[in-house]
Design a protein around this ligand. Structure first.
Ligand code: BTN
Length: 307
């Protein structure tokens, strides 16, 4: 109902009487008034006058009612420990494919390889619960899918040259703007769920000392509309889910890659690989050519661009 009221007020751009809202939405005027009051509690400014209601301003919060059609699937938190933990609980409890947990800030945001992910207000932090009918060998391709979806959104909405660093960072001018964390629950031959966590430095402050990180705000010199960005990434993810086992996804990743053809150092548990990144295979693993011409494959790890 809140979403429908917002739509009606935005479409009009002017005063809309309680009576016409209640007729259009098939509910009582008291119920309209209650929902408007809830919108105000969420941070919307709605003027109420004898002429009716008029929407004066909307907060840039990722509230479910801003995403028509997805309201029932989005769980929104002003603050949370980590959306990954909430997603795991919900997934274990059986929530449906496509459930989204989004937070305005996280107190214990998690990154890959047990690193911390700073999550102040202004960023975009969410986890999508996916239940793909794929073999676990395709699971690393989730990272490719998510990074391609984010980079494509950044390019399309802002014209910035977003590129991909293997396995799953999104960079702008060589600095990280988005990180992706995938956690899987599976048997050897069947995936139960994969939780895909995405953190984007949108309008969040990134310390100038942090030379390896950047934000969309820093790159553009202005704040971005987080709602528009979130909506777009969800759409791009949706479109690519069918490609999960197809070669097109790998080709798309390659076309956006900042890692291929560079000298890299891969640090993985118990091993280090140095050489030129020459390709990724169909499972998303990086193929590295050593000085002696030998080829080695990295399935996971930290990737450092040396050139
Ligand atoms: C990385 O680059 O190390 C991955 C960072 C992933 C951060 C996101 S933010 C939303 C979700 N919740 C978390 O605690 N982590 C992921």
């Amino acid at each position: 109902m809140k979403g429908e009221i917002l739509r009606a007020l935005r479409e009009s751009g002017d005063y809309v009487s309680g009576e016409s809202l209640s007729k259009e939405l098939g509910t009582s005027r008291v119920s309209i008034w209650k929902h408007i009051h809830r919108l105000e509690q969420d941070g919307y400014t709605v003027e109420a006058s004898p002429k009716g209601y008029r929407l004066l301003s909307s907060p840039d919060l990722l509230i479910p009612c801003e995403f028509p059609g997805l309201e029932q699937r989005i769980h929104h938190f002003r603050e949370i420990g980590s959306t990954m933990d909430a997603a795991r609980k919900l997934a274990e409890g059986g929530v449906e494919q496509g459930t989204i947990i989004v937070a305005e800030s996280q107190s214990h945001g998690r990154g890959r390889l047990s690193k911390e992910w700073l999550s102040p207000e202004g960023g975009i932090y969410f986890t999508v619960v996916l239940r793909p009918k794929i073999s676990p060998i395709y699971a690393p391709r989730m990272n490719l899918m998510a990074s391609v979806a984010v980079a494509t959104t950044i390019r399309r909405l802002f014209g910035l040259k977003a590129e991909l660093k293997w396995p799953n960072d999104v960079l702008i001018e060589g600095r990280k703007v988005c990180g992706i964390l995938a956690e899987m629950h599976a048997e050897v031959d069947a995936v139960h769920f994969i939780n895909l966590g995405i953190g984007v430095n949108a309008n969040a402050y990134v310390s100038q000392q942090e030379k390896k990180a950047t934000s969309l705000k820093e790159q553009l010199g202005r704040e971005v509309c987080r709602k528009e960005f979130f909506r777009s990434v969800l759409m791009e993810l949706q479109e690519r889910q069918a490609l999960l086992t197809k070669a097109d996804l790998v080709e798309e990743w390659k076309s956006l890659s900042a890692t291929l053809n560079r000298d890299v150092r891969i640090v993985a548990p118990g091993e280090e690989i140095i050489g030129q990144a020459v390709d990724i295979d169909s499972g998303g693993a990086l193929i590295i050519k050593g000085k002696d011409g030998s080829l080695r494959t990295a399935i996971a790890g930290d990737c450092i661009h040396l050139t």
